[in-house]
Design a protein. Structure first.
Length: 117
């Protein structure tokens, strides 16, 4: 009997505007960049923050998400904090940035810079 493998659901969901922003970032990326990487370094009043930076080499335990505009890597040490999250790009008259709807976050600081799980 043949075994059928189900495709694993994405660890992180991206909105169309997040896809477009990744494409824009990759269009202006340094020559050695292979994608952008999302991580959750320790900082801020609540403990963890979201950080998106260019990446020049793949790391074995990072989650790799192919988008129409380039590759998004999610830090292997951060993935447990992000499973089921939605990443969006939002621009208004005063700010522009990635915004995360994270079902794992138990709280956030008042300024919105950091979160806790």
């Amino acid at each position: 009997m043949a075994t059928t493998l189900r495709q694993r659901p994405a660890a992180l969901n991206l909105t169309p505007s997040a896809h477009a922003r990744i494409a824009d970032l990759m269009a202006r990326a340094p020559a050695d960049a292979i994608g952008v990487k999302l991580s959750t370094p320790k900082r801020g009043c609540s403990g963890l923050a979201y950080s998106v930076d260019y990446v020049t080499e793949a790391v074995a335990f990072d989650e790799r998400i192919e988008t129409p505009g380039g590759t998004l890597y999610v830090d292997g040490g951060s993935i447990l904090y992000l499973i089921g999250s939605t990443m969006d790009w939002v621009e208004d008259d005063f700010t522009a940035g990635f915004v995360f709807a994270n079902p794992n976050a138990k709280g956030a600081c008042g300024c919105g810079e950091s979160f806790t799980v």
